[in-house]
Design a protein around this ligand. Structure first.
Ligand code: GLN
Ligand code: ZN
Length: 762
C-alpha cells in the first residue's frame, strides 16, 4: 500500500495571518504571546488540512525562515548577535531583520540585499538568511523548538514526521566569512545532528525527513564525500531517515544519492522523472522511495491519469515502500483555491493550490491502493478539467503563434552598432557628460495608493482617476525639472507593481485574490497567473508617457518591464517551454516600445530586474537559458531606430558570470545597483571591455540616509577608473517608490550637484 506524506506546508496562512501577526508584533501593537498563539493556531489548522496524510511535516513552520531556525537549532549565530539578553523571540528577529527592520518591508526586487544576509533559496523566489561560518565556528544544540512542535503535533494526534535541513546542505547554504573551508565544520556538526535525531526518536518520531537539496546542484567530490560520510553516521541512529532532494535532477549525483545510508529517499519526480527508473534500479531492497509526483512549484492541476500510468508499475514493485508527495515543500504555492471566489471560473477549474495538491495526492494514493475505479469520479473530473484547458480558445491564439513563428533574426538587431548609434543619440538628445537620470518610480505616497485603490474599487470615475494621476505626474515632472535632472521619468504613480501592471493589461493573464507566496519573513508576493497565449489588446503606457513628455522639453524616458522579468515573476504555464512564453511576452512589449517611439519618446527603459533570478541551478543549463532570455530582450528592444536610446535596469550586482550575456543585450545604457560596493562591481564590465554606456547606482535607495555630494563624486571617480567617463551616467541604485519625498529631494540634489562637479573636472 502506497503511503502519503508532505514535505512542508505554506506557513504564512491562507489569509496571510502570520504576516499580519508578525508585523503587528514588530510594531509593538501585540505581544510575543499573541504572536506565539497565532503560530499555534496556524500549525494546528495546517495539520488539520493535512489529516489525510500518513505522515505530516512538523517543524517546518517558521516565524521567519527555516534556515534561520536551523541556525538557532545548531547554535550558529554570528558573534555580533550574541550577548543580548532579550527574549528568545527578540533575539531571533534581531538576526532575521538585523539593523534594517524598516527596510525589510521594501520592494521585493531588492529584498535580498536590503537585509544584508539574505539570498535566494535555490531557484525559487524564496529568500533565506545565510548562515555565517568561520574556522572558529562553535555549535551548540538547541532542540527545544523542534521537540516542542513535535509534542504539539503529537498531542493533536498528528502522525508527525519532523523536518530538518541536512548538515551538508546547511553548510552549503552558508558563507565562510574568513574563506575557510566550510566542510571542515562537518565533524563538529555531525554529533549534534546525532543527538538531535536521537532526541526526536526518543520523543516518538519514527521517521525524520532530512533535506539535502544540494544533491540537485553541481557537486565536487569533496561535497559528495561529505554526504556519504554524514549519512554513514546519521543513518545508524534510532530514527529512520527520509532523505529529500527537490528542484531538479540528480545527474552525476545519482549514484551517491541512491546509495546513501538512509532508510528512505525522496526524489522530485516532476523535474527528474527520467531518473526514477535509475533510482529504482539502484534502490536497496528495504528502502522506501518517496516520489514527488505533484508539482510543488506551480499552480496547475496534475494530470492524474498520466501519473498513474507510470506509477502503477512502480507501486506494484514497491508496495508499501512507495510513498507519494509533492515534488518539494508546498511553501512555494498559495494555500487554498477554495477562497478564490472572484477568479475566472474557467481558469479556476484548471488550478490547484496547496490544499488541492494534497487532494490530488490522495486520489493517486487511493487509485494505486484500491484501483482506479475507487476514484473514478475524481479522475474523470480531473481529465475533464485538463481537456477544457487544452481546448480552451482562451489558451491558444493562432494569431499569436503565427506572429511568434515569424520572428526573424532581424527582430533582435539594431541597424547600426552601438558606437554609431551613440553618435546619433548624442546629436538628438544633446545630453551633457555624466547625464543624470532616475530608475523610474518616485515616492508612492499614501495619496497615490489611496487613489489607485479607490479607482480599483470603482469608487471614483475613470476621468477623476486620470486627472488625479496626471496631477501626480505633473508634480513629479516639475520636481525633476527643479532638481535639474537630464532625462526625466513620469514616476510610475499608476503602477501597483512592475509585473502586475502589465499583466493586467495583457491578454492571457488572470489574478488571484489570495494567491500569496512567502518571499521572505513577512513579505509575500502574489504572482499573476499566465495561462494563455499573450497578446496586447492596446497600448499600455503610451498615454501616460505622452502626457508626461508634453510637460517638459527634457527627454522623457518611457518605462517598461521586460519579458524575462514578467516571466520570472509570474506563475507560468506548464504546457509549453518557458522560452515560448517569453517570446510571446517579448512581442507584446516590443509593440509597446514601437508605439512609444511612434509617439515621440526617444528614450525607453526596459527593466530586467529578474533576469539573473531565472538562472538554472546547473551551470550546464545557463547557456541555454541566457541565450533565449537575451534574445527575448533583444526582440523587445531592438525594433527601434538607431537614434532612439534603449536603457535597461537590473537590481542586482553580480555580473561577473553573466557579463557576456549582458553585453549581448546591447542596450545603449544599463543602470545597475552598485552604491554599496565602492564600484568594485564594475570590475566585471572593465575586464570584459563592456562597450556601451553604464549608470552605476550612486544612491542606496534602501537606506533612508542622504548620500553627500562628496560621496557621489568619489563613487563616480571610482567608476571612471573602470569605465571611460564619456560612457557613464549618474543615477540611483533603483526606483524611489519606497522612499519619501523628503528623503528623495535632498539626495537627488546632491547627486546632481556631484554631476556638476564631475563635469567641471572633466
Ligand atoms: N522602473 C522600476 C522602478 O523604478 C524598476 C524597479 C526594479 O527594477 N525593481 O521602480
Ligand atoms: Zn532595481
Amino acid at each position: 500500500m502506497a503511503l502519503l506524506h508532505n514535505l512542508g506546508f505554506p506557513r504564512i496562512g491562507a489569509k496571510r495571518e502570520l504576516k499580519f501577526a508578525l508585523e503587528s508584533f514588530w510594531q509593538g501593537r501585540t505581544s510575543a504571546d499573541d504572536l506565539i498563539a497565532v503560530g499555534e493556531t496556524l500549525r494546528s489548522k495546517h495539520w488539520q488540512l493535512q489529516k489525510k496524510l500518513d505522515w505530516s511535516p512538523v517543524g517546518e513552520f517558521s516565524f521567519y525562515d527555516q534556515v534561520l531556525d536551523m541556525s538557532f537549532t545548531l547554535g550558529n549565530l554570528p558573534e555580533r548577535f550574541q550577548g543580548f539578553d532579550g527574549s528568545d523571540l527578540d533575539n531571533y528577529f534581531r538576526v532575521a531583520r538585523g539593523r534594517s527592520a524598516e527596510q525589510a518591508e521594501e520592494q521585493a526586487c531588492c529584498a535580498g540585499v536590503a537585509a544584508g544576509e539574505m539570498t535566494k533559496w535555490f531557484d525559487t523566489n524564496y529568500h533565506y538568511i545565510v548562515p555565517e561560518f568561520s574556522a572558529q565556528s562553535q555549535f551548540e544544540l538547541d532542540a527545544s523548538r523542534l521537540l516542542a512542535q513535535l509534542a504539539e503535533a503529537q498531542a493533536q494526534g498528528v502522525n508527525a514526521k519532523p523536518v530538518l535541513i541536512g548538515p551538508v546542505t546547511y553548510l552549503w547554504l552558508g558563507k565562510a566569512k574568513d574563506d575557510s573551508n566550510k566542510l571542515d565544520l562537518l565533524d563538529q556538526l555531525l554529533p549534534l545532528y546525532q543527538q538531535l535525531l536521537e532526541k526526536l526518536a526518543d520523543q516518538g518520531a519514527e521517521w525524520v525527513q532530512i533535506d539535502e537539496p544540494v544533491l540537485v546542484t553541481d557537486l565536487s567530490e569533496e561535497w559528495l564525500a561529505a554526504l556519504e560520510k554524514s549519512y554513514a553516521v546519521l543513518g545508524e541512529g534510532k530514527a529512520k531517515l527520509l532523505l529529500a532532494t527537490y528542484f531538479g535532477c540528480l545527474q552525476d549525483n545519482l549514484d551517491t544519492f541512491s546509495q546513501l545510508n538512509v532508510q528512505g529517499l525522496h526524489l522530485d519526480a516532476i523535474n527528474a522523472q527520467h531518473e526514477v527508473s535509475k533510482v529504482l534500479a539502484a534502490l536497496g531492497s528495504d528502502k522506501v522511495l518517496s516520489l514527488g509526483v505533484v508539482n510543488g512549484r506551480n499552480i496547475w492541476k496534475t494530470n492524474l491519469v498520466e501519473a498513474l500510468q507510470w506509477l502503477e508499475p512502480v507501486a506494484g514493485q514497491l508496495g508499501d515502500r512507495l510513498w507519494l508527495a509533492p515534488s518539494c515543500s508546498l511553501l512555494h504555492v498559495p494555500v487554498d483555491l477554495e477562497q478564490e471566489e472572484r477568479l475566472d471560473k474557467e481558469v479556476r477549474n484548471w488550478l490547484a493550490f496547496a490544499v488541492q495538491k494534497l487532494d490530488e495526492l490522495y486520489v493517486l494514493k487511493t487509485a494505486l491502493n484500491k484501483g482506479r475505479a475507487a476514484v473514478y469520479h475524481e479522475l474523470e473530473e480531473n481529465q475533464q478539467a485538463l481537456i477544457s484547458r487544452r481546448q480552451s480558445s482562451r489558451v491558444s491564439h493562432p494569431e499569436v503563434r503565427e506572429k511568434v513563428s515569424k520572428i526573424t533574426t532581424q527582430y533582435g538587431q539594431r541597424n547600426k552598432p552601438y558606437a554609431e548609434r551613440a553618435q546619433l543619440q548624442r546629436e538628438k538628445l544633446k545630453l551633457p557628460d555624466y547625464p543624470t537620470t532616475t530608475i523610474g518610480s518616485f515616492p508612492q505616497t499614501q495619496d497615490i495608493r489611496a487613489t489607485r485603490l479607490k479607482f480599483k474599487r470603482g469608487e471614483i470615475s475613470t476621468e477623476d482617476y486620470q486627472s488625479l494621476m496626471r496631477a501626480e505626474i505633473e508634480h513629479c515632472v516639475r520636481e525633476q525639472e527643479t532638481l535639474g535632472l537630464d532625462v526625466l521619468v513620469h514616476g510610475e504613480a499608476e503602477r501597483n507593481d512592475m509585473v502586475e501592471y502589465f499583466g493586467e493589461q495583457l491578454e492571457g493573464y488572470v489574478f488571484s485574490q489570495f494567491g500569496w507566496v512567502q518571499s521572505y519573513g513577512s513579505r509575500c508576493v502574489k504572482p499573476p497567473i499566465l495561462f494563455g497565449d499573450i497578446s496586447r489588446p492596446q497600448a499600455m503606457t503610451v498615454e501616460w508617457t505622452k502626457y508626461a513628455q508634453s510637460l517638459t522639453d527634457k527627454p522623457m524616458k518611457g518605462m517598461l518591464t521586460g519579458p524575462v522579468t514578467i516571466l520570472n515573476w509570474s506563475f507560468v504555464r506548464d504546457d509549453q517551454p518557458r522560452s515560448a512564453t517569453c517570446f510571446q511576452l517579448a512581442l507584446a512589449i516590443r509593440d509597446e516600445v514601437l508605439d512609444l517611439e511612434q509617439a515621440g519618446v526617444s528614450v525607453i527603459q526596459i527593466d530586467e530586474a529578474a533576469l539573473r533570478e531565472g538562472l538554472p541551478l546547473r551551470q550546464s543549463q545557463w547557456h541555454a537559458y541566457l541565450s533565449w532570455a537575451v534574445e527575448a530582450f533583444r526582440i523587445t528592444a531592438n525594433g527601434v531606430k538607431d537614434d532612439t536610446q534603449i536603457h535597461t535596469h537590473m537590481c542586482y550586482s553580480e555580473f561577473n558570470d553573466i557579463i557576456e550575456a549582458i553585453a549581448e543585450m546591447d542596450a545603449d545604457v544599463i543602470t545597475i545597483e552598485t552604491s554599496r560596493s565602492d564600484m568594485e562591481l564594475l570590475d566585471a564590465f572593465d575586464r570584459f571591455n563592456y562597450p556601451n554606456e553604464i549608470g552605476p547606482g550612486v544612491y542606496d535607495i534602501h537606506s533612508p540616509n542622504t548620500p553627500t555630494q562628496e560621496h557621489v563624486v568619489k563613487l563616480m571617480q571610482l567608476a571612471a577608473q573602470r569605465v571611460p567617463a564619456q560612457r557613464l551616467w549618474v543615477n540611483p541604485d533603483c526606483g524611489l517608490k519606497t522612499r519619501r519625498w523628503e528623503e528623495v529631494l535632498p539626495a537627488l540634489k546632491n547627486m546632481i550637484a556631484a554631476a556638476g562637479v564631475l563635469r567641471a573636472q572633466a
